[in-house]
Design a protein around this ligand. Structure first.
Ligand code: XMP
Length: 513
């Protein structure tokens, strides 16, 4: 396996994902606790991630010295390159030619990292994001690629098998990056490349058994794919030691709550407590318009209701959560990690400390599409695992800048169901990452029959994405959008106008609040 030492980059997890795609097992460890990991049995190589620090700052992170004396191949990426150079006797300085975004490198020397991918003298697109740059390389190294802003865009000491790049090869904007990482994992480190989701499943089943022992586990089902996959995986590991609690906040899409209950009780025979708390949620959300407040209220209520039910069941030492990697990275204020908070997702943090329970989070390293693969591996129905992601706070954050009432929820739910129905009929559901309707706090005039209406505006959103971290608006044809608009206005009382959102992420987010 490969050890990835994390210096806090937003995209460290993408390195792990690319290594998994190359059929190699990897684990990420924060730099503070990396020294111990260097003694892992079967360790074949080390990757140093990027990170927000500058090697010039006092106290900025360093790789444990043993990284360079263990006799294993090492790959440094961005900050990883800089700290590697600083630690091995090279020089890093602040650059007046900062590079952010797309850049081109010129290949200077053939080497094992580029083998079969890039040849000498070729120019290739890469993704850069750095202020500092390496200005002198340690002895034993040579430049293997250069860019305008970075004379040492890629360097290698082939004898010691140390490689480093200033560019981020883990992101899709470095089109050949995945191949370079596969070269490192397989050819340079000598990993076999036969690891798959089936291995992940059996390793996780093993880990869960070992972690939990004979204790009981409670899993909160949200109705979405992530918590369902978590529950089925844990059920496979420990069977009847698992109980699921489904806190139904009444903010789900049309018919979804029933579907989940049926799937768990009938298809899987997993013990499930279904709590209909919709009235309570509506009452507590009354008059609240601020999105972060909505999230906090929903998160807190969810915890309260869940906790009360869990107490009734009693005796569970573990709490299972379907936290995915993007939840972790976008909720780091809860987990104390080094990158920046964007939105406080309610499904991470708080609960285990309060309930004095330990956490089981088997999906923490995975991206959505990997969770779907795992779900299929576990035998969940394809239409279920293929469902678009749905935020924990549900429809409450799809009535932006407005308070939540039953009436608004009903309008939104109906319109959303029509939109999704048309998307399915057009055969576009699986090509889209996430599609949903948003009920706006704006009234506009319409004419219906002989009368004037003064009803709400409904926004439609559909995006493509591979991991939810970046997204593009889906390019529906006009006739499709017009058909959806007509159906919604005809069939849903309370909507007089429909608009389509064409914003990408970034700068927009997927949800409207
Ligand atoms: P954004 O809107 O941040 O969304 O681009 C990225 C992904 O996260 C989902 N999302 C949430 N999920 N609780 C969740 O569980 C939340 O508060 C939340 N906000 C956004 C969003 O649907 C998309 O899949």
């Amino acid at each position: 396996r490969i050890l990835i030492i994390d210096f806090g980059s937003q995209v460290t997890q993408l390195i792990a994902r690319r290594i998994r795609e190359a059929g190699v097992y990897s684990e990420i460890v924060p730099f503070q606790s990396a020294d111990k990991a260097l003694d892992w049995p079967g360790l074949k190589g080390i990757i140093l991630s990027g990170g927000p620090a500058s090697v010039h700052e006092g106290g900025s992170p360093r790789a444990p010295e043993r990284v360079f004396t263990r006799g294993l191949p090492v790959l440094g990426i961005c900050y990883g390159e800089q700290t590697m150079c600083a630690q091995l006797g090279g020089k890093v300085e602040p650059s007046d030619h900062r590079e952010f975004g797309k850049a081109f490198v010129e290949v200077k020397e053939a080497n094992a990292l580029f083998d079969g991918v890039w040849e000498k003298d070729e120019r290739h697109q890469v993704w850069m994001s750095h202020g500092d740059r390496v200005s002198a390389i340690p002895s034993g190294f040579k430049a293997i690629a250069t860019s305008e802003g970075a004379p040492f865009a890629a360097i290698a000491d082939e004898q010691r098998q140390f490689y480093a790049t200033q560019f981020h090869m883990e992101v899709v904007h470095t089109p050949d990056g995945a191949k370079l990482l596969a070269n490192f994992a397989r050819d340079i480190c000598g990993c076999k490349g036969d690891w798959s989701m089936a291995h992940f499943k059996s390793e996780m089943v093993h880990k869960i058994k070992k972690q939990v022992g004979l204790d009981r586990v409670i899993c909160g089902l949200s109705g979405g794919v992530d918590s369902a996959v978590t529950a089925v995986l844990i059920h496979e590991a420990i069977g009847e030691q698992l109980t699921c609690i489904f806190v139904d906040h009444g903010l789900m899409r049309l018919n979804e709550a029933d579907e989940v209950v049926r799937l768990f009780r009938e298809a899987y025979n997993i013990p499930l407590v279904h709590v209909d708390a919709s009235k309570l949620f509506l009452r507590e959300l009354e008059g609240v318009t601020d999105p972060e407040k909505k999230r906090k209220i929903i998160g807190k209520l969810f915890i309260d209701v869940f906790e009360a039910e869990a107490k009734k069941i009693g005796g569970a030492a573990y709490l299972a959560q379907g936290t995915l990697y993007p939840d972790v990275i976008e909720s780091v204020s809860f987990t104390g990690g080094p990158s920046v908070t964007i939105k406080s997702h309610h499904n991470v943090g708080g609960l285990p400390e309060r309930m004095n329970m330990k956490l089981v989070e088997p999906l923490r390293e995975l991206f959505k599409d990997e969770v779907r693969l795992l779900g299929k591996e576990l035998g969940l129905p394809p239409h279920f695992v293929g469902r678009h992601p749905f935020p924990g706070p549900g429809l409450a954050i799809r009535i932006p800048h407005d308070d939540i009432t039953q009436e608004k929820l009903d309008i939104l739910r109906k319109a959303d169901a029509i939109y999704l129905d048309e998307i399915r009929k057009a055969g576009l559901y699986d090509a889209i990452w996430q599609a949903f309707a948003v009920l706006l706090p704006v009234r506009t005039v319409g004419v219906m029959g002989d009368g004037r209406t003064y009803d709400r505006v409904l926004g439609l959103r559909a995006v493509t994405s591979t991991d939810g971290m970046t997204a593009e608006s889906y390019p529906f044809d006009h006739a499709f959008l017009a058909r959806v608009a007509t159906r919604i206005i005809n069939e849903v009382k309370g909507v007089s106008r429909v608009v389509y959102d064409v914003t990408s992420k970034p700068p927009g987010t997927i949800e409207w609040e």
